[in-house]
Design a protein around this ligand. Structure first.
Ligand SMILES: Nc1ncnc2c1ncn2[C@@H]1O[C@H](COP(=O)(O)OP(=O)(O)OP(=O)(O)O)[C@@H](O)[C@H]1O
Ligand SMILES: [Mg+2]
Length: 364
């Protein structure tokens, strides 16, 4: 039997664990065999994924990060590298040639598409005519007053860079916004000029996940986030990845999300995520577009493939096949890959359930 030899970074993270889980499911569904070498910076979480070999890797900021991956790829004869966390994907994408010279295949967006700063995205999207929340870069403290005068209240403040809604907060007055900036500057989390402030969007929290190959949309799906874990112990109520989300079908939202990806890069290649939030008027506005995997994307694919015994739902496997240059195993819809009104319910140590009106399927 043919064995695919894969190097996965961030293997101990939630996305990484579910990426491996998806490939293990594909071994059964497609009669394949994967030899997976996983790395993670965290000494403990590296124990979690079902990999063949596991290694601790240095942080992506370390000069040893790329040499470590090269060493692992060479000594284990690995053919394909999937850096799952965006900061690692960005560094790997910047060092693309070093891997390609060794015959290690990558299927990644260009570096500038990965983790672009939020103000850059705002400007890019708004000049392309994509619906975005009105946003102001806070360069000086006085810009906060100008923002409230111009945009009204409440407003949404956040750090320009970083994921997981980094340093995000709903603020009701210039005083609150200034105190938030000051606290974070004093405690060394950000510089004074590293915040943006934008109109607060109270509506549905939507996410679009999409796979592209040389500018062509392969498949995508849309969902609504309904609950975040531990939300009561976070000031913003956002804790990065939802504990409950449901699949939606909405042609208009998918069209906006596709135009957002194309505004970032007219020829997208790899996995791209878009976040949208609806305003008080019910209109979706794009808050983020990034050449990254939303955390739950591999898990959605795994859950649907397992619950419906339909291998082609397995989006991590589809990605890998495309990365290997083999195309898709069967035709996929360009949008709405998954069945609507299905809920993915997950919480720490509590398993994962995929639930529709008719049935409830425990997938993990
Ligand atoms: N203007 C806004 N008003 C209200 N909520 C917002 C606004 N912008 C973003 N949010 C909320 O914050 C979440 C995180 O924002 P966004 O996706 O733009 O940033 P991020 O830091 O890249 O987050 P992540 O890495 O978790 O995707 C959004 O999914 C949304 O729920
Ligand atoms: Mg986001």
């Amino acid at each position: 039997m043919r064995e695919r030899r894969v190097l996965l970074t961030g293997a101990g993270g939630i996305g990484g664990v579910n990426f491996v889980r998806s490939l293990r499911l594909a071994e059964n569904h497609y009669n394949e065999r994967f030899f997976i070498v996983g790395t993670d910076f965290n000494t403990y979480y590296i124990e979690l994924p079902e990999v063949d070999l596991r290694f601790r890797a240095p942080r992506h900021t370390s000069a040893d990060f790329i040499p470590t991956l090269i060493k692992l790829a060479t000594s284990n004869k690995l053919e394909f590298l999937h850096p799952h966390p965006s900061p690692e994907a960005k560094v790997v994408s910047e060092n693309r040639e070093k891997f390609e010279e060794l015959g290690v295949t990558l299927y990644l967006p260009r570096p500038e598409d990965i983790m672009p700063d939020k103000f850059h995205v705002y400007r890019k999207l708004s000049s392309a005519g994509v619906n975005v929340p009105k946003t102001i870069h806070v360069k000086l403290v006085d810009d906060v007053d100008a923002a409230f005068a111009e945009l009204g209240k409440p407003l949404w403040i956040r750090a320009m860079k970083g994921a997981g809604g980094r340093l995000s907060l709903k603020v009701n007055s210039p005083e609150e916004a200034k105190m938030w900036i000051k606290l974070n500057v004093v405690q060394g989390r950000a510089r004074q000029d590293e915040f943006i402030i934008q109109e607060y969007l109270p509506g549905r929290d939507l996410a679009f996940d999409s796979l592209w190959f040389k500018g062509e949309l392969i498949t995508s799906y849309l969902r609504e986030r309904l609950e975040y874990p531990f939300k009561h112990i976070s000031l913003s109520g956002l804790t990065g990845t939802p504990s409950v989300a449901r699949i939606l079908r909405d042609e208009n939202v998918s069209r906006i999300a596709i135009s957002a990806v194309k505004a970032l890069n007219p020829s997208p290649h790899g996995f791209y995520s878009v976040d949208l939030k609806e305003g008080a008027d019910g209109l979706p506005k794009v808050t983020e577009v990034d050449g990254k995997w939303h955390t739950t994307a591999p898990l959605w694919g795994y859950a649907f493939a397992k619950a419906y015994n339909k291998p082609s739902y397995n989006i991590a496997y589809t990605y890998l096949r495309l990365g290997y240059g083999e195309g898709v195993s069967e035709a996929l819809p360009k949008t709405d890959l998954f069945l609507e009104e299905h809920y993915l319910i997950r919480q720490m140590d509590s398993g994962v359930v995929l639930k529709s009106k008719e049935r409830s399927y425990r997938v993990v």
